[in-house]
Structures are given as C-alpha cells and as structure tokens.
Design a protein around this ligand. Structure first.
Ligand code: MAN
Length: 566
C-alpha cells in the first residue's frame, strides 16, 4: 500500500482517542474499534450499521464475503475494501442509514498495544505487506499471505513515538510560552499607543489655543504697525515717514520744553519769595528770646545765604527763547520737504516721464527690468504690497505663529498615524504587533529571502546587485491547508492558518507586480521553512512562528497517553 497521509493518520488517532473512553471491555470481533463495539454485541445476529433492514446470521461476520452494503459485516477482512471511502465517515454520522455504498467503518482496527491504536485501510489487510506505520502490532497480516509474518514492533515504535511526542510537547510548551510573552508585549505596545494618543489629544488642545493666541497677536501687531505708518506717514516713502515723525517729535519736545520752562520760572519765583520771608525773619527776630529752635533756623538760613550760587544764566534763557520760536522762524520749512501723494519709490517709478519721448521708451524698458530685479531681490518695496517690507515685530510674530502651526500639524499627523495603527488588524490577540518590523531570512537557490513582519518581503540575490521587493504588507487572511507534516514538524500540517498577504512589490518584467503569500504555522521560533515561486513573480512562503501557536502544533492535536490503549 502507499504511504498514508499524516493528516489522515492524525484524524484516525483523533477518532480513536475521542471514543476510547467509551470503549467496551467485552471482546470485539477482529478489526472492530472500541467506538463501534456496540454494533457487534449480539451473539446471534448482526445488523448492518448503515442499513438496519439487513440482518445477518452471526456466522456471516468476518467470513471474507461482503454482505452489508456498508461493509460493516467484514471489519476484519479486506472483503469490502472496494467501498474505499474518499474520507472516513465521522462516528456520529454512523448508524443513521444515510450511507448506501459508503463503508460504515474507517478501516481495520489495530490495537497496537504499547503504542497508539489505529485504523489501517481495509485494502491493507492481508495484502502481504507489514504496515508498521499504522499497524505496529502486525495484526493486519494475520493470515500470513505469501508466508509473511509481521512481528509486533509496538513496544519499540511506541517508545520512539513517546520520546518524540515528549520533545514535541516540550517544544509546544516553549512555543506557547513565547506566544504568551508576545501577546503581553503586544498589549504593552498597544497601551503605549493609546497613552500617546491621550497625550497628543491634550497636547493638540494646548497647541490649538497657542496658535489662536499667536494669530491674534500677529493680527494686533500688524494693525499696530499699519497704524503707525498711517499716523506717521500717510501715503509716501520712507523719507516722508521719517519727516512726519520728526515733525511730530519736535512739536512734542517744544511743547514739553515750554511747559518745563514755565514750571521753572514759577519755582524760581517761589524760592525768591521764601528767601525774602527768611531774610525778614532773621532781621526781625528777638535774639534775647532764648528759643533754641528759632536760633537753629536763623543759623541754617545764614549758612544757606552765605553759599555762593550762580544767578540765572541769561544766555541760556536766550537760547531757550530761540529754540522755542516757531519752526518757520528757526529756518525749518516742512512744506519744502513734503512729497504730496507721491512716495520716493513712486518718484523713481515715474522718473522716465521726465525724459524726451525717444529716450523714454528705451529708459522705460531698462528701468522696468531694473525695478523687477530690485523687487524680486527684496531691495525695493513692491508698490502693490503695502505690507512689504515687514517690520521685525511682525516677522517675529509670524515666525512664532508658523512654528506653533507646524508643531500642531506634526502632533495632528502623529495622532492620525496612531489612530490608524490602533484600527489595524494585528492578528489573533494583536500578537503580530509585538513582531512588527522584525525580520527573518532564509537562503533558497540563488537568493536569500527576507520576511519582515507587517512590513515587506524581499528577494536578495546572492551574486550581489539590488534587492527585489516582493511585496508590502497589505492584510491578514485565513486559509485552510491540508498538508503532510514532515517528521521535524516544520510544515503547515492541516487546519486553518493565518496568511500575511504582501502586495505591490517590484514590477515583474512582462508580468505583475511581485506579491507574496506568507502562510504561518506554529513553531518554537520564527523561521522561513519554504519559498516557492508559484507563478512568475507570485511567491509563497511557509513560515513558522510561536505567534500562531494556539495550544496545538500545526493542527495535530496531542493525544494524551491516558487515551491510549497502552
Ligand atoms: C528575477 C526574480 C525571479 C523572477 C524574475 C522575473 O529573476 O525576481 O523570481 O521570476 O525576476 O523576471
């Protein structure tokens, strides 16, 4: 017989272990498994399992002739093996009469004492070959066809199997432990993102308020600046602005000086009056009247009067007089400097109008070019731009606002990135988050292949040259696989598997953009097991990782020793 698929073996083992507890202790006819014992209890007759209307005498059981349409009367021979099923029926589906030409039994039951019980296909019964893989006790060759004798190897095979099973369980234990660590790490990273989002919300609120305040600040400063120019200069160039400011400043100074001179004159008069009073007091006081306070006051006055003081400076006063005369008497004629509605810049613009016609066009063009060059280089103010050139105060305020705005934008972008990240699918319990960005490599043929979690797949030529992008991470999918599991366990096995789909890699000449399907299966550590280019530039990677271990190794359920017929 051909080698049975390991997935089929797994199924058969599963059937057995599930039903073993209910196993009957009574002796069963040859080839009957414990879960089917109930159909063979009657010592006189036998009723076909799936065809209860067909009742046979007990002597027709295992008589090497197929009587029941479902083959259930020949559990221990190959007489009904022509009914070979595509897949064995589930025990729960048996005895319900829905099978016609479909066998009721999964195969010939080998007790395999010392190892795991198993079913061997009916075709293998007495075919002259020892099927030790399924039937280690050799009971499938009980007739000794062609002189064959299959010794019972279950003790040896069972021992080896238990050793391997122990190693598998140990490896599974380590893989599950690693998976738990990854899940914890993934949760921690997710929490970090959530906390950052929280912080960013607060930060953005603050930054928003700051931007609003700085916008208002800039507006105020701009208004102040405009006001100053209008108040100082009205329309016109810098010279006019300066002149107007100077005129105002002089007027303010003249006014203040006049006021101070008046206050000085008044103070002088008061001092004079007080000196007169004290002079008179000294002349008229009675020295015989022994009043200490009066005496001290008179002495103080005498000391004060004895000090030499310069009298008012007439020349100084005359200077003041001159300064305070109206501007026109001081030789300043402001009107002389006024530009009317024209700024100094405007004067330059209109310069060519003063030239004779033939020269004007030429000069006009040259001046136009010059003017543009000066404006573009910031040397000349743009006559259409009343805000230019900008004052330092406005420039500083604008700079502060721009900085605050760009900080706010940065925070908003980061927030958006984190929020999108939180919504992203990171696999079961978000475990792939813990592996994001981590890469594994594997040599295969002329390339080294790289797989980076949630990021990309790459093909690197061993002969040098550039790397080829085999796709960027797009999404997580699930597929059902049913494959032989190699003895080292590094394979997909059977069951539902997570798939990381990578798309839009480097374009393939005369083909599609490269893409990779990464199929994940449980393993103790991250490892690329196999890379196949299924079609041109469409790759498939089989990758082992503890991240996808969910209590079992690649679909093979562990059969507990308690369930074995040891
Ligand atoms: C390169 C590799 C191959 C691919 C071809 C297509 O050689 O990426 O995997 O098949 O390009 O031209």
């Amino acid at each position: 017989m051909g080698k049975p698929r390991l997935s089929t073996i797994a199924f058969l083992l599963y059937c057995l272990s599930a039903a073993a507890n209910a196993a009957s202790e009574a002796p069963r006819p040859r080839g009957v498994g414990p879960e089917f014992a109930k159909f063979y209890k009657d010592g006189d007759s036998f009723t076909c399992i799936s065809n209860p209307t067909v009742k046979l005498d007990i002597s027709r059981l295992n008589d090497d002739y197929c009587d029941c349409p479902d083959g259930s009367d020949e559990p221990g021979t190959s007489a009904c093996s022509y009914l070979s099923p595509l897949s064995p029926p589930q025990p729960s589906e048996l005895g319900k009469g829905q099978f016609n030409e479909t066998p009721a039994l999964p195969g010939y039951y080998c007790k395999n004492k010392g190892h795991l019980p198993s079913y061997v296909p009916f075709t293998a019964v007495n075919d002259g070959i020892c099927d030790y893989e399924l039937c280690c006790d050799g009971s499938d060759e009980y007739d000794g066809v062609g002189g064959i004798k299959c010794e019972d190897r279950c003790a040896k095979i069972g021992k080896e199997w238990r050793k391997q099973d122990e190693a598998r369980l140990k490896s599974l234990g380590a893989a599950n432990k690693r998976r738990r660590e990854l899940v914890t790490e993934a949760a921690r990273l997710k929490k970090e993102v959530e906390d950052r989002i929280q912080t960013l919300h607060t930060q953005i609120q603050g930054a928003d308020i700051k931007v609003q305040a700085l916008e208002k600040n800039l507006e105020d400063i701009e208004r102040q600046e405009k006001g100053r120019v209008i108040k100082g200069a009205g329309k016109g160039g810098k010279l006019t602005v300066l002149m107007t400011l100077a005129k105002e400043r002089i007027a303010e100074l003249v006014e203040s000086l006049t006021r101070v001179r008046g206050e000085r004159d008044e103070a002088r008069n008061r001092v004079k009056e007080l000196e007169e009073i004290l002079k008179k007091f000294k002349e008229e006081y009675n020295p015989n009247f022994n009043d200490e306070g009066v005496k001290r006051a008179v002495k103080a006055w005498e000391d004060y009067a004895a000090q030499e003081r310069p009298g008012p400076d007439g020349a100084h006063d005359r200077d003041l007089e001159e300064i305070l005369k109206p501007d026109s008497e001081n030789g300043i004629n402001w009107e002389e400097y006024e530009e009317g509605e024209q700024s100094d810049v405007d004067v330059l613009y209109k310069f060519e109008e003063y030239l004779p016609e033939p020269l004007r066009n030429w000069v006009d063009q040259k001046l136009r070019d010059l003017r543009i060059m000066l404006i573009e280089n910031g040397i000349l103010a743009d006559p259409h731009d009343t805000n230019s050139p900008e004052s330092k105060a406005v420039a500083d305020a604008r700079q502060q606002l721009n900085t605050a705005r760009s900080e706010l934008d940065t925070d908003r972008n980061e927030l958006q990135r984190h929020q999108e990240d939180l919504d992203k699918d990171y696999g079961p319990e978000g475990v792939f988050r813990a592996l994001k960005g981590q890469c594994v490599e594997q040599d295969s043929g002329e390339y080294t292949y790289e797989f980076c979690w949630m990021d990309k797949t790459t093909q690197k030529s061993k002969k040098g040259g550039g790397h080829t992008g085999m796709g960027n991470f797009a999404r997580i999918e699930k597929i059902v696989v049913d494959e032989d599991l190699p003895p080292d366990g590094k394979g997909l096995g059977s069951g539902e598997r997570y798939v990381l789909q990578f798309e839009n890699g480097q374009h393939c000449w005369n083909g599609p953009n490269r893409s990779t399907q990464v199929i994940l299966a449980c393993a103790e550590k991250d490892e690329i097991w196999k890379i196949v280019e299924e079609e041109k530039c469409v790759y498939r990677m089989e990758v082992g990782s503890p991240a996808v271990c969910e209590g079992k190794m690649n679909g093979v359920k562990q059969v507990s020793p308690a369930h074995n017929e040891l």
